[in-house]
Design a binder for this molecule. Structure first.
Ligand SMILES: [Zn+2]
Length: 83
């Protein structure tokens, strides 16, 4: 163990969040939600990938993930609507 581990739980369902490289936590506007909650939301708000070009003409992949702009409050309301 390296120091005290910070416990973080999904604010939506209360599951422990797995952050880091191997985690499935998804960043939202004001925190993180777990992968299970994110995948429920993905049915309504899928990630859109698109190719764009920088000013120098370099090609890059744009990840337009709508979840990153959502607040936890908004996600909670959406989840309640979904039932
Ligand atoms: Zn969750």
């Amino acid at each position: 163990m390296f120091g005290k581990k910070k416990e973080t739980n999904c604010p939506i369902c209360g599951q422990e969040l797995k952050t880091g490289i191997f985690g499935d936590a998804v960043k939202v506007a004001d925190g993180f939600i777990c992968g299970a909650c994110a995948s429920k939301l993905r049915n309504d708000f899928p990630v859109k990938e698109g190719i764009s070009y920088s000013y120098q003409g370099a090609k890059r992949i744009d990840n337009n993930d709508p979840l990153t702009g959502f607040t936890i409050k908004y996600i909670k309301e959406r989840m309640e609507d979904m039932g």
